[in-house]
Design a protein around this ligand. Structure first.
Ligand SMILES: *[C@@H]1O[C@H](CO)[C@@H](O)[C@H](O)[C@H]1NC(C)=O
Ligand SMILES: *[C@@H]1O[C@H](CO)[C@@H](O)[C@H](O)[C@H]1NC(C)=O
Ligand SMILES: *[C@@H]1O[C@H](CO)[C@@H](O)[C@H](O)[C@H]1NC(C)=O
Ligand SMILES: *[C@@H]1O[C@H](CO)[C@@H](O)[C@H](O)[C@H]1NC(C)=O
Ligand SMILES: *[C@@H]1O[C@H](CO)[C@@H](O)[C@H](O)[C@H]1NC(C)=O
Ligand SMILES: *[C@@H]1O[C@H](CO)[C@@H](O)[C@H](O)[C@H]1NC(C)=O
Ligand SMILES: *[C@@H]1O[C@H](CO)[C@@H](O)[C@H](O)[C@H]1NC(C)=O
Ligand SMILES: *[C@@H]1O[C@H](CO)[C@@H](O)[C@H](O)[C@H]1NC(C)=O
Ligand SMILES: *[C@@H]1O[C@H](CO)[C@@H](O)[C@H](O)[C@H]1NC(C)=O
Length: 775
């Protein structure tokens, strides 16, 4: 059965606006699609050139006009053309379509707007006093994202410096240092804080970049900006061609804290778990905390496997990566109005035209030995061009599109049962959309004639590569903490770095679109800077709590690992400005936590350099339930009954006279109580304590069960997830800590074993000469 499908990207309105405003003699980028790859062995580029020569009248104007030749997988080109030239080309033999290049608006701006941190929400007077320190690959100081026009001198508290080796600071980038203790330079590394890699320019501009016109190879265009464009940047370059060494990371923390930064952003991490004080980021961030500085760090890109989360110290904010935005997500609309979104970096536009949609299995080329059972996967050579030509084909496998291209199909929709999380974008040689197996079934149903309702496909989901919890070291602390946009983020880039992950293109670019928890982390850092600007005196724990308790709830149906994927949910900076209550914690609270984890007084004194003592006052030795954390995690030994008691204190940061009521959600077989369940405050800064008891039957092989405790007054919603579990499906090792890592800075080890369940060398793989600290 043949039905029509409309296949277009998400911003048809933008396109029509452009078409209406067209200055018809002005040359604009057009995409000329010429079907499958030519069989004859001639240079496609020269053919494209010849076409342009003919239409434009001279070889030199043809050369100026041609932007891309497509010819490796399909035939076509991109060139700057007037309407009239485009129309002449569209009439030439072999030309299938000519389309004005679509303007994809901004991505970074889009991600901040998606989070509701629109520019009109900015403007707190303290914004320009907030300094974000980034430990990364440096920045490209002349990048337009770091233009300091309109900035005053650095805030008076700033005590940093600017290393001038091939680097000039300004009033936006107020400090720069670089660390290469190995004195090892590869891959274009230069001894300078200048970014030759691109990563650091990207993260810094995401967190803090000023508004700037961004363009990505003429194909994506718009305004990019960071979360708090008035904030300042301090650059600590610790990463080089070989990676980022612990020694350098620690030195950078050491300097950044002393220099007076407000937020530290660390889009790096180790591949293997280690104890808190074996980990330079845990150590550095602990000292940052002691100095009132929140560290925001990436959860890692080792998902979807469990217990892969990195940077899990309770004093850091651990950030997962989620999708936001359908800029590079093709939208497919069926004739009955159903809309599916799929993943693709799609540079084609079908211009709103409807094409017939068929099932690949109905287009078998029997002459070629194909059959419906082969053709359903749209394999190369298996398709009949008589049937496929001019149609969009639904394929039941993730394939390279050549089967459809060669049979002159217009586009393809792919759903692969083996690709459950199709969230990495690929570039296809023809209009393509990759949808979930579930949506694929709906498409098949549609083709076969029945109308099935479709669930909402628009909510953000945690991307598959984002590392999952639980914490390998402290199962009673829920990690990651939060999720933020980390997929297809457009932000600044180093012009000397290889430019494109998607196109085999060596040209220089000032912007790039990349994905990773490295990209979500600076979103959280920017959000933290935003809260810090509004509340300059809040502690790191208070800022973190505000970000967590106000996070937007994620859809559990779309994220099967639940809180181990997304923590408290998707960051919501504007709500975090006014959380109502915060779960505050001081250094002493973390020390008490560490004592409970088995660190003894002598160990802690080494860490703190003061007279900290373990008081043994922990209500429940060995468990982390007393740490005033803005989420709850109860790990149950296998076969044991569910029993946990959590002690929490909330501080009123909303109106003086406020009354909050607790509501509790837990799945049936687990009971929980909150005592007291009403908290009445009469002052700002007043604290109240409450106790959460969780009980239930003995459990075995129980994967994560999630509930939540929510405090509400008339305006605030203070939500904290509560998870119970004792089994991690797919965990790569047993619950056995007998073989701990010996990668060690500290001589002593915690003696308490009961809470360090997943800490085994098996996950870590071969120890490398240089730890790879890249996320
Ligand atoms: C953003 O704000 C709009 C309108 O104020 C609201 O409807 C929407 O739920 C908010 N989104 C988030 C993620 O908070
Ligand atoms: C910085 O921004 C100002 C104002 O928008 C502009 O005039 C100037 O050319 C920019 N400088 C650089 C180096 O981009
Ligand atoms: C500064 O960095 C650029 C970009 O890597 C490089 O081309 C140039 O040679 C460097 N200049 C000096 C003086 O090191
Ligand atoms: C695309 O749509 C525009 C506006 O609807 C129309 O003028 C143009 O002819 C279409 N182009 C193609 C190739 O269908
Ligand atoms: C079927 O496959 C054969 C052999 O590859 C090929 O020659 C023929 O053109 C194909 N037919 C159609 C209709 O695609
Ligand atoms: C630690 O305590 C001892 C004795 O109580 C005192 O002499 C010393 O100054 C203290 N050290 C620090 C760093 O506070
Ligand atoms: C809070 O309530 C108390 C008693 O009702 C009242 O005296 C006080 O003025 C109120 N404070 C504020 C800030 O409204
Ligand atoms: C909570 O649990 C503790 C210890 O398990 C117990 O002493 C206490 O009575 C319980 N409180 C409530 C309200 O159930
Ligand atoms: C502290 O713990 C370490 C091992 O973790 C041990 O070697 C040391 O003796 C302990 N110190 C004290 C004072 O108990």
């Amino acid at each position: 059965m043949v039905k029509t499908a409309m296949f277009s990207l998400l911003y048809p309105l933008l396109l029509s606006a452009l078409v209406l405003n067209c200055q018809c003699q002005e040359r604009k980028l057009h995409v000329v699609y010429m079907g499958g790859r030519p069989q004859e062995d001639v240079s496609v580029a020269s053919k494209h050139h010849a076409i342009l020569h003919k239409v434009l009248g001279s070889a030199s104007s043809a050369k100026d006009s041609l932007v891309y030749s497509y010819g490796r997988s399909f035939n076509g080109f991109a060139a700057k053309l007037t309407n009239e030239e485009a129309s002449r080309i569209s009439e030439m033999e072999g030309v299938i379509s000519v389309n004005l290049n679509r303007v994809h608006k901004l991505h970074t701006t889009r991600s901040w707007d998606f989070l509701n941190l629109t520019t009109n929400k900015l403007g707190a007077p303290q914004e320009s006093d907030v300094i974000i320190g980034l430990l990364d690959t440096g920045v490209w100081p002349e990048h337009p994202s770091f233009n300091d026009t309109g900035f005053g001198p650095p805030p008076a508290k700033w005590k940093g410096t600017c290393t001038t080796a091939n680097f000039t600071c300004n009033n936006k980038i107020i400090g720069s240092r670089y660390y290469n203790s190995e004195n090892a330079y590869y891959d274009g590394d230069i001894p300078s804080a200048r970014d030759t890699e691109g990563h650091g320019t990207h993260t810094a501009s995401t967190a803090s970049g000023v508004e700037v016109e961004a363009e990505y190879f003429g194909l994506a265009k718009g305004v990019a900006r960071g979360g708090v464009p008035r904030s300042r940047i301090a650059v600590y370059k610790v990463c080089w061609g070989y990676g980022c060494s612990s020694a350098d990371i620690l030195k950078a923390f050491d300097d950044a804290i002393a220099d007076g930064v407000d937020i530290i952003s660390v889009s790096l991490g180790s591949d293997w778990p280690s104890d808190y004080f074996d980990d330079p980021i845990a150590i550095g961030s602990f000292h940052a905390l002691r100095n009132g500085i929140l560290t925001s760090s990436s959860a890692g890109n080792s998902g979807p496997f469990p217990v892969t989360v990195s940077n899990y110290a309770p004093w850091t904010l651990t950030v997962a990566a989620s999708t936001i935005d359908r800029k590079f997500v093709a939208r497919m609309e069926l004739g009955n109005g159903q809309i599916f979104t799929g993943i693709t970096i799609n540079t084609f536009d079908l211009n709103g035209t409807s094409y017939p949609l068929i099932w690949g299995g109905d287009a078998a080329n029997y002459t070629a030995g194909s059959s419906p059972d082969i053709a359903r996967f749209c394999l190369t050579g298996a398709m009949s061009s008589d049937i496929v030509a001019g149609k969009i084909v639904f394929c039941e496998a993730l394939w390279d599109g050549s089967g459809i291209l060669m049979a002159n199909g217009v586009g393809t929709i792919m759903a692969d049962p083996l690709v459950v999380n199709p969230d990495d974008a690929f570039s296809w040689p023809l209009p393509a959309t990759l949808i979930s197996p579930e949506d694929g079934r709906s498409v098949l149903e549609y083709i076969k004639g029945s109308d099935d309702a479709l669930k909402d496909a628009m909510a953000p989901t945690v991307v598959s590569f984002s590392s999952r919890g639980p914490s390998p070291i402290t199962p009673d602390i829920l990690k990651p903490d939060i999720t933020a946009p980390g997929v297809d983020i457009l932000a600044g880039w180093s012009p000397v770095s290889p430019s494109s992950v998607y196109y085999a293109d060596t040209r220089s670019t000032l912007f790039n679109i990349i994905s990773g928890t490295s990209m979500s982390c600076p979103h959280a850092s920017g959000a933290a800077a935003f809260v810090k600007a509004v509340h300059p005196n809040w502690s790191p724990a208070a800022i973190k709590s505000a970000l967590m308790t106000t996070a937007t709830i994620m859809d559990p149906r779309k994220n099967q690992d639940l809180e181990f994927a997304y923590g408290s949910g998707q960051i919501n900076p504007v709500a975090a400005r006014d959380p109502g209550l915060v779960f505050d914690a001081s250094e002493a609270d973390y020390i008490t936590f560490l004592c409970g984890q088995g660190y003894n007084t002598s160990m802690l004194r080494l860490v703190t350099g003061d007279n900290s003592t373990c008081t043994n006052s922990l209500p429940i030795p060995g468990r982390a339930w007393g740490l005033n954390y803005p989420s709850f995690s109860l790990y149950v030994e296998d076969g044991q009954t569910i029993m946990g008691t959590f002690f929490r204190t909330v501080t009123n940061v909303g109106p003086a006279n406020s009354t909050y009521t607790a509501s509790l959600y837990m799945p049936g077989f687990i009971s929980a109580t909150v005592e007291p369940s009403v908290l009445t405050f009469s002052d700002v800064g007043e604290t109240k304590t409450f106790i959460v008891n969780v009980t239930g039957p003995a459990i075995s092989q129980q994967p994560i069960v999630s509930g939540a405790i929510t405090w509400t007054d008339s305006t605030h919603v203070v939500r904290t997830p509560l998870v119970v579990y004792n089994y991690i499906p797919g965990a790569p090792y047993n619950l056995d800590d007998s073989e701990e890592s010996s990668f060690s800075m500290t001589k002593e080890k915690p003696t308490f074993k009961g809470s360090s369940l997943y800490h085994k060398s098996g996950i870590m793989g071969q120890r490398k000469a240089h730890p790879q600290f890249f996320n």
